[in-house]
Design a protein around this ligand. Sequence first.
Ligand code: ADE
Length: 512
Amino acid sequence: MLVWTLVATLLLSVSAQTPQTTKGKTITCFCDKCANLECVSDGYCYTSTRIDKETKQIEHDFRCLNQSHFFPPGLAVQCVAAPTNESSMLCCDDKPFCNKNAWKPLESSPSDEKIGDDLSTDTSLIIFVGTTVLVVLLLVLLVIYCGWTRNHKWKKQRPGALFKSNDSMDPQDQQPILGVNNTLRDIIDMTTSGSGSGLPLLVQRSIARQIQLVEIIGKGRFGEVWRGRWRGENVAVKIFSSREERSWFREAEIYQTVMLRHDNILGFIAADNKDNGTWTQLWLVTDFHENGSLFDYLSTRTVDIVGMIRMALSISTGLAHLHMEIVGTQAGKPAIAHRDLKSKNILVKLNGTCAIGDLGLAVHYDDVDGKIDLATNSRVGTKRYMAPEVLDESICENHFDSFKRADVYALGLIFWEITRRCNVGGIYDEYQLPYYDLVPSDPTIEEMRKTVCEGRHRPSIPNRWQSIDALNAMSKVMKECWYHNAAARLTALRIKKTLANLGASEDIKPPQ
Ligand code: ADE
């Protein structure tokens, strides 16, 4: 009782000092990285100020602080943190653009002239006390909570409580933490709040080391893919050979990009490297999809019109998510290009939607320094699916959109593979790889270049497609994906919208 009285008192005193959310209100703020230099916030405008470690110059970010980024939810403690000599945060919501030319001075930096609101010493003191009280409060709550949950599922624990500070690095010691009835889905949801950047590393290692390999389901240039079991759940384990360490590292790194998790991107579970004394085992663990790859699926099965659109829409939704840059105050997602899109790298889920996998060749664009992180990985995409500008090396590697456009070209070929297998009235085409009739199996770059660049050939559109609205619509989309002029191709987002409309007319539900 005494503890709760103390907690309630502390809570009241902190919330009195801390900005509160106001439902329904929005404010336009100055935003230095937005296209039109403004953003609309349902919380505050802010200016974050810091010293650049290299140049020693003071730098400011002027942005929106939406309620979804308040910590803890409903409050915005980040707004009341006392300035240090390295950083400060100013939040305001009193008038539109209130953060323009306004910032909080850093502690003991008299040269950093403040243009905006002043903070009196009293206010700073209150803020300091408020923040300290909040930290104490959180610790008290944590202690109470840990005691209370000792005999409960850890589903209710905060992500940060997964590991105690004295946790050993031995994954065996993580058993008590993972030793309850949580599914992989539960663990991922509770540690990444859904959108995530991957499980804590020791949890990844613990999971990986509890997996039993059951059967080999694929082989590639990187190594093998196995079906494995983790506590009765199927998982896919991609085992890289030691010399593919960079591919393993790269793929794990890309999968753990903040906010990458999406229904139409293969779900990443864990990466682990284990030295067995002779060589290093490199594992990448993902969701397992029993239908296998789109290539496997289409090779043996047909789809109806609704199934065709559902597949094509889900792949374009996944690609649009990959390509999209998400700008956020705390978490954002860089634009990512896949660079090895093909039917063998797409998985078919039980509900007939797809997930894009094999991100080992992906590149992302860092809009802060405008650089493309071309990984030092010698792998190139699959020749059969290479866009003309990749085949003749005219692609402009300094321009990130070039990589997205090359992905869209490959997407057009994948749509062609799917549409051939669309069964209307018992009529469908046999499964074939794109350009099956124009190049040999395992074609060289030169064979592909002659066909695609010089001959300007594209997969042929069967006559039957013209008389069936949905197939005709698909053929129109794919032709607009594989234009020789990369800039004329549709974007993944445009394709997603077009297919969603086509789906609406065929009465299918778009994937969420
Ligand atoms: N083949 C390659 N990756 C796979 C996965 N994640 N699930 C099922 N089969 C696969």
